[in-house]
Design a protein around this ligand. Structure first.
Ligand code: PLP
Length: 414
C-alpha cells in the first residue's frame, strides 16, 4: 500500500537517494497535485467570478467546489465556510485582525465581548510564531493582554491547578488561540479543557491546524473550533494557498481586512460596501491554479485517510523504539498522543552541525528553533534537530536516520 502511494510522488524518482524527513516544513506533492496546477495554466488559465463566458464559469465552479471541500475536511458544521488565504500564517493574521477590531460585531456571538474587564487572548508557550506574532501586533495596538499556558521541559501543556479560573477572574478572555499539534514535538495536545473554557466564558476558540490537518483532521472536527487555519502545502498541496474556516454569520459580522477588487458591492467616492463572507475577505485575484491543486491534495488525503493514520502509528512506534534503543533523547517522549516528529539533541553537537552531517548521509532534516522560540526556552535549548515523517516514509527511512545519527555521534564522540 505504501509502495502504491509512494509511486504517486515524482520526488522519489528525481531524488532516489534522499531520505526526506522534513514533511513538518512542507509535505511532498503527488503527481495529481502537480498536474492540476499545470491543467489550470495550460487548459483554462482564466479569471474567476467576473467572467460571463463558459470557461470562466467553469473555473469559478472548480474554485467554489474546492472551497467547500477545504471547509468540510476540518469541520462538520454546514454553517462553516472557507476563506482562501496564502496559508496558515495569513489566516491567523486575518483572524487576529477581525477578532480584535472594534468594527467587528462579535458581542452577538461571543458573550466575552460584552464584558468590560481588560480583554485578553490566551495562547500557549508551545505556539509557532504564526500563532503568536499576529496576536501581539493587534494586542499592543488594541489594548489586549496576552496570556500563555505554560509548557514543561518536554513540551507538554503544564497549567497549574486553578490556572484558567484565575485568568477568568481577572480578565475577559475573548480569544483562545492554540495549535492542536506541535511542529517541534509532534505532540497532539488535549485542547478539550480549553474548548470548554472558551464555551463557558463566551470566548472565540481558534485552532492553528497547520500540523494537525495532516495527522489528525478528525480531532479538529471533534473540537469544533470557531476558527481554523491551515495551509495546503502541509497536506500534500501547493505552497501559497490555505484557508481560514469559520462560521459564515460570524465572518459576515466582522471588519474587512484588505480592500480591492472582488470584495465590494458598491464603490463610491468616500466609501464602499462589501460582499458577504467569504468574498469580503478575498480582495484581488486569487491563486486559482493553486486552488485547483489544493482540491487534488484534499482528494488525495481523503483517499489515503486510513493509511495516513496507520502509518502515523507504525512509524511512531518503530521510531520511538529505535530512538530508545540507540539512547537518543527526543522531546515529547511519552506524550499522550504524538505523531512521528522527532526533535532531538546530540550532546556536544550543535543542531545545525547535526543537520549538515545528516545531509552528507542523504538524510534531509531541519535544524533550528522551528519558529518556536518560546518553546525552545521551555525545553531549555536554543535549537533542535528535527526529523518529521509522513505517510510516504518507511521503517527503512527510520533505520537510515538512526544510522546517520550514529555517524554524527562518532564524529562528536558521543
Ligand atoms: N503553525 C504551525 C504549527 C506550523 O507548523 C506552521 C508551519 O510550519 C505554521 C503555523 C505556519 O504555516 P505556513 O508557513 O504554511 O503559513
Amino acid at each position: 500500500m505504501v509502495d502504491k502511494l509512494r509511486a504517486e510522488f515524482p520526488f522519489f524518482s528525481f531524488n532516489p537517494k534522499i531520505v526526506y524527513l522534513d514533511s513538518g516544513a512542507t509535505a511532498l506533492k503527488p503527481q495529481r497535485v502537480v498536474d492540476a496546477l499545470n491543467f489550470y495554466n495550460t487548459h483554462e488559465s482564466v479569471n474567476i467570478h467576473r467572467g460571463v463566458y463558459q470557461l470562466s464559469q467553469r473555473a469559478t465552479n472548480t474554485v467554489e467546489d474546492v472551497r467547500k471541500k477545504a471547509a468540510a475536511f476540518v469541520s462538520s458544521s454546514p454553517e462553516h465556510v472557507a476563506v482562501f488565504t496564502r496559508g496558515t500564517t495569513e489566516g491567523l493574521n486575518l483572524a487576529a485582525h477581525i477578532l480584535t477590531s472594534t468594527k467587528s460585531n462579535l458581542a452577538d456571538f461571543f458573550a466575552s465581548y460584552k464584558i468590560s474587564k481588560t480583554p485578553a487572548i490566551l495562547l500557549s508557550e508551545s505556539e509557532h510564531h504564526a500563532n503568536i506574532v499576529p496576536w501581539q501586533i493587534f494586542a499592543q495596538e488594541r489594548g489586549y493582554k496576552l496570556l500563555y499556558i505554560p509548557v514543561d521541559s518536554e513540551g507538554k501543556f503544564n497549567a497549574p491547578k486553578g490556572f484558567l479560573q484565575s485568568l477568568a477572574e481577572k480578565y475577559s478572555v475573548r480569544i483562545v488561540a492554540l495549535s492542536l499539534q506541535s511542529n517541534v514535538t509532534g505532540i497532539l495536545h488535549d485542547l478539550s479543557p480549553y474548548r470548554t473554557f472558551a464555551d463557558e466564558h463566551g470566548a472565540v476558540f481558534v485552532v492553528d491546524a497547520a500540523q494537525a490537518v495532516v495527522h489528525a483532521p478528525h480531532e479538529i472536527k471533534k473540537l469544533n473550533p470557531d476558527f481554523i487555519s491551515y495551509s495546503a502545502h502541509k497536506l500534500f498541496g501547493p505552497t501559497g494557498i490555505g484557508v481560514l474556516v469559520a462560521h459564515k454569520k460570524v465572518l459576515d459580522a466582522c471588519d474587512v481586512y484588505q480592500g480591492g477588487g472582488g470584495m465590494i458591492n458598491l464603490v463610491e467616492h468616500e466609501k464602499s460596501t462589501y460582499l458577504d463572507a467569504p468574498g469580503k475577505y478575498e480582495a484581488g485575484t486569487q491563486a486559482i491554479g493553486e486552488i485547483y491543486a489544493f482540491g487534488k491534495a484534499l482528494e488525495f488525503a481523503e483517499e489515503y485517510k486510513e493509511l495516513i493514520h496507520t502509518q502515523d502509528i507504525n512509524l511512531r512506534e518503530y521510531g520511538d523504539e529505535k530512538f530508545h534503543n540507540a539512547q537518543i533523547r527526543f522531546f515529547g517522549d511519552g506524550a499522550r498522543m504524538r505523531s512521528p516528529i522527532y526533535s532531538f539533541e546530540i550532546p556536544g553537537a550543535h543542531a545545525h552541525d547535526t543537520g549538515t552531517l545528516l545531509d552528507e548521509q542523504n538524510v534531509a532534516i531541519r535544524a533550528g528553533h522551528h519558529c518556536c522560540q518560546l518553546l525552545m526556552q521551555a525545553l531549555k535549548v536554543s535549537a533542535t534537530a528535527r526529523a518529521s515523517l509522513a505517510v510516504y516514509n518507511t521503517r527503512d527511512d527510520v533505520d537510515k536516520l538512526i544510522d546517520a545519527i550514529g555517524y554524527v555521534r562518532k564524529i562528536f564522540r558521543k
